[in-house]
Design a protein around this ligand. Sequence first.
Ligand code: BES
Ligand code: MN
Ligand code: ZN
Length: 493
Amino acid sequence: MLEFSQSSAASASVAAPCVVVGVFDDASAPAAAAIDAAGAGVLRRLHDTGDFAGRLGTSLMLHALAGVAAPRVLLVGMGHKAALDARAYQRACNEAGRVLKDVPIASAACFLPEVEVTGQNADWRARTCALAIDHACFRYTATLKSSGADTPRPKQLELIAGSDVSQGIAQARAIARGVAFARELGCLPPNLCTPAHIAAQAKTIADEHAGSVTLEVLERADMQKLGMGALLAVASGSAVPPKLVVLQYQGAGDAKPYALVGKGVTFDAGGLNIKPTGSMEEMKYDMCGAAGVLGAFLAAVEMKLPVNLVCVVPSVENLVDGAGYRPSDVLHTYAGITVEVLNTDAEGRLILSDALAYTCKRFRPQALVDAATLTGACVVALGAHASGLFSADDALAGELLAAGNASLDRAWRLPLWDDYHNQLESAFADIANVGGKSAGAVTAALFLSRFTEGTRWAHLDVAGTAWVPGRKGYATGRPAPLLAQWLIDQARD
Ligand code: BES
Ligand code: MN
Ligand code: ZN
C-alpha cells in the first residue's frame, strides 16, 4: 500500500524524483506549471512527431528534461478534454500506476488531481487518483520466496490538486487499506486461507480497533445449537471446521446497525456435483465476497464513520467426502425453511441462507447487503465490469448503484421478480437450491430473498468482478469500494 499526502505545486515540482503530469490529445497540459515553459515546448514537439499524442491509456517517461527540477517526468495521456469523464480519468491514473510500479524511486508527485473531470470535485479526483495508482502498484508477496522488499519502489504518493483535498486523501487511505486487505485475503491459496484464517484476519481488525470493534466466532457446535443445517451441510464434506465470523463496530450509539454479509467459501470443488477441470482452479476466490465485506468494514472503521455496522461471514470449504451432503438431501435451515439440495455446487446460497437469516433475526439491521461470488450465470450476463445487483427495495438499489458509480466499482441491476419463483419449487422441501438453466443469477438471488423477508436487503453477485481470471490475475478487492462509498453516503445522510 502506498502512503498518500497532499502537496502544493511549488514544493512538489522541486523535490520529487518523479512528477506525473496529464497531457490532453491537443498537447495541452493542465499542470504545465510542473514542467514549466521549457517543458511545454517539448509537449508540442512530441505531439507533432507523433511520439506522444496524449491518447487515453498511453504514457511516456521523460528523463532530465531541460529546465525541470525533477529528474523524471511521466506524461500521462488524458485523451480528449471534453470526453474526460470519471471512468476515463480513472483509466489514465491507472496507466500512471502501471508505469510507476516498476520505477526505482521512493516517491512520486502526481499532478493528475489538478485535471478537471466532468461532474467531479477535487476531493474525488485526489481520492480516485490515489486509489487507482495504489491498485496498479499492488504486489502479491505472501507465498513468494522473495518479497522484493530490497528493490526500491514507490512507497509515497504526493497528490497535487490545486485545493485542499484532505478529505479525499483520508478516504483514499481507508479504502486502500480495505481493498488491500480484501485482495491479499482473496489471493491467498486455499491451503492457507481456511475458515480459521479468515477468522484470524477478522481478529486482527478487532484487535487493532479494540475500542470500537468486537469479534465473535461461532464454531460448529454453536451452529448445531442454533440449527444452521444449511451451513453445516456444506461444511460436512471438509476436514477444516466451519466458522461464522461476526464483527460489530459501534460508531453511533444505539442506532440500528447496517449489516454486511459475505460468502466465504475458501475453496469450492463443487461437492459431489464436482466441478470439471477448468472450472475448479480459480475457486480459491470463492471467498471474495467475504473478503470484500471485511475490507469495506475495515475501511468504515478506519474512517470512524458515525454508523453502527455488523459484518457477518459464513466460511466453509466445499469439498468431496463420504461424510459430505448429497443431491436430494433435505436441509433444515436456521430460518426453519427446508431446502432440497438438487446440486451441491450451489453451496453459496446455502451458507448465506443461514447467515442472512441469523443476521436479520439477531441484529434487525436498517439495511443489509450481501456480497457473493454466487453464480457463473452472472459472469455470462455482465462479464467483468459490473457486479449484479438485486433488491426489491428501489431506494436501496438506487443508493448502491450511485455508490458504485461514484467509486467506479459499478453494479447493474437485474430483476428479482416473483415471476421466477416457480423455478425453485420442490416436492420434498419448501424450496430447491437450484432453479434450472435459465436466469441462474436471478434464481440464486431469489433463493436468498426467502431468508431476508422483512429486512431492507440487497444482494451483489460479484462472481465476474471479484478477481481477474488467468495465471497472473489477482483478486480485485471489489465490492469493497462500492460498499465503503455506500457507508460513507449513509453516514452523511
Ligand atoms: N462459486 C460458484 C460460482 C462461480 C462460478 C463464480 C464461476 C465464479 C465463476 C458457485 O458456488 C457455483 O458453483 N454456482 C453454480 C450454481 C449452479 C450449480 C446452479 C454455477 O454458477 O454454475
Ligand atoms: Mn459452487
Ligand atoms: Zn461457490
